[in-house]
Design a protein around this ligand. Sequence first.
Ligand code: ZN
Length: 260
Amino acid sequence: MKKIAFIITLFLCLLSPIFAQKGVGSASKLEGEVYVLSIFIASAEDDWTQKEKELMYNKQRIATTWLTKQAKLYKKNVSFKEGTFGYEKSIILKSIPSANATGNEKTDWIQSLLKKIGYKSPLEFHNWVLKNTTCKQSLVLVYANQTGNSYAFPFTADLNKQKYFVEGCLLYKKFNDGQILYPSAIAHEMLHDFGAWDLYKNFMQPQDREDKARELYPNEIMLRISLDIDDLEINGLTAWLVGLTEKKEKWYEWFKPKGY
Ligand SMILES: [Zn+2]
């Protein structure tokens, strides 16, 4: 029997000071080969078990396999190459703040973690990817052994390129209400890095946009997440934003979140 889909609209957030933009940053377009670096962080008192890390990694694979399948529907080949840091031994931090989808969350995770790993700057990491792999796109997924509302770090042209060019997400093991991290939440946050907009009501989107999105795209991944990722789709608007199609409808701009 098919699993019941859970509609969760308020758990995901796009960080307010950093707005997604088409075609910029290290994950500028969902196309070709994408390098995904997964970093595991924890506090000393509450480290990941190896089994928990494997579980997270499996969820990531479900998310990326789904993204590949969705891209195929738009006749685009997308594949992912994986790298990890902290998979054998977590990066231990004094504390890991939670996040509540307020728009005031910490923004320099990728910069500070890449530094710990040994890259002078995020750009150095992206250049390493370009030089040493066949990938043209890169992003960083940070898995925190902590509860919080996961969020993304998309780049915009007005931000400091040295600090923020490399895009990524902070993914908490559980949401603040105890709900586990679904693979669809990982795919949702990754799509923000490629330029996708939230389509559910939050601090950047009014209720009428969510209502309209529900009518037009009831299974859109930027509208809701689901336990079974195959319940979800990338529809026209998100496909255009992330570069899977050039086909643009005039009314797409109506969904542009506040502050863009
Ligand atoms: Zn979101």
